[in-house]
Ligand binder design. Structure first.
Ligand code: CA
Length: 333
């Protein structure tokens, strides 16, 4: 098993030291422009004595910005005297992807969230995943991983956790989601959970919380405010940061089955027929895909397989067969 091999990543921070440390996870990466070079992944450790540890990440996908915007700021501003325990912040987890502004790494095309448990002797992306799997996740009690839609999806802003076999673990995760106080809170279903950071953390028994806060390869003023307020709320909720949770009204949503996902079966130009957050009736036309190759062709319709609310949509104007065109979620009280 390759996993007995030590990780090649060397942290420049000491996880047991009190105070604020801004450093790097240094990953050797020999290449044309730097023979003995490294990938320098920024990391911040804020520790104040014994206590629970939170592991906070953004940039798991490199074209999603609410997480990095919230976490670089948190690293710069969180006062260790307000902390009981440890906050580990990696604002751009797939740092090569983040630098390139792309979902996957330009070095190896690695999708961080499909690379777990990783390999210490694998690609750059697999080596980062392995370091999280074996070095960072075991240190954490709470694991919070920010996501947004990236260049190709757009979401209503929500914080989310998964339904889990361990109901005590699930209840702790949903309580943290509630504390985040996004406009929406989701019981999330994955298209395919294999290789995800989420799954790695949950299988280790950690309280795992994530978000989808917007998308389109950018961020909005409101979604960044939600991210910054939300992460402080979760840290306060767990007692790692002092202060009261700033509760806001949240609407719970559920993704009860695979019927929530609608995939395009044609290439073309997509026309959204229902906007994000609007109600959806089963059978309603969510979007139309127009043929671009010739005139006189009727558009293909994408129909809702369940009633609810439009929670996500394909973002760019052009779509390909197989793209996720829309996600419908059910409102729950
Ligand atoms: Ca994502």
């Amino acid at each position: 098993m390759s996993s007995h091999r030590p990780s090649p990543i060397a942290p420049t921070v000491d996880f047991e030291r009190d105070g604020v440390q801004h450093g790097f996870l240094r990953l050797p990466y020999s290449r044309d422009d730097s023979a003995w070079g490294s990938v320098m992944i920024p990391i911040c450790v804020i520790r104040n004595g014994k206590g629970p540890a939170a592991l906070l990440t953004g940039g798991n996908h490199g074209d999603e910005y609410e997480g990095p915007l919230a976490l670089y700021e948190l690293a710069r501003t969180l006062d260790p005297s307000q902390v009981s325990g440890t906050v580990i912040i990696v604002p751009a987890m797939n740092y090569p992807a983040f630098r390139a502004g792309t979902r996957t790494s330009p070095i190896d095309k690695g999708n961080m969230n499909r690379s777990f448990p990783g390999r210490p002797d694998g690609t750059v992306t697999q080596k980062i995943a392995d370091y999280f799997q074996r070095e960072l996740l075991p240190r954490a009690d709470l694991v919070f991983d920010f996501h947004s839609g990236g260049r190709t999806l757009d979401f209503v802003p929500f914080c989310a956790a998964h339904t889990l076999p361990d109901k005590a673990q699930e209840q702790k995760a949903f309580a943290a989601v509630e504390a985040f106080s996004a406009p929406f809170s989701m019981r999330m279903t994955e298209i395919d959970a294999i290789g995800m950071y989420d799954t790695a953390a949950e299988e280790m028994g950690k309280v795992f919380v994530t978000t989808e806060l917007g998308g389109g390869g950018t961020s909005r003023a409101e979604t960044v405010r939600i991210a910054r307020r939300g992460i402080l709320n979760v840290l306060r909720h767990t007692g790692i940061v002092a202060g009261a949770v700033e509760t806001r009204k949240t609407q719970w949503l559920d993704m009860p089955s695979g019927d929530c996902f609608c995939f395009a079966e044609d290439d073309g130009m997509i026309e959204t027929m229902i906007d994000l957050g609007e109600p959806v009736e089963e059978g309603a036309v969510l979007a139309r895909i127009h043929s671009t190759g010739r005139t006189g062709v009727a558009p293909r319709e994408i129909l809702a397989k369940m009633s609810g609310m439009l929670a996500a949509r394909h973002f760019p104007g052009l779509v390909k067969a197989g793209d996720c065109a829309a996600v419908v979620a059910m409102k729950v009280d």
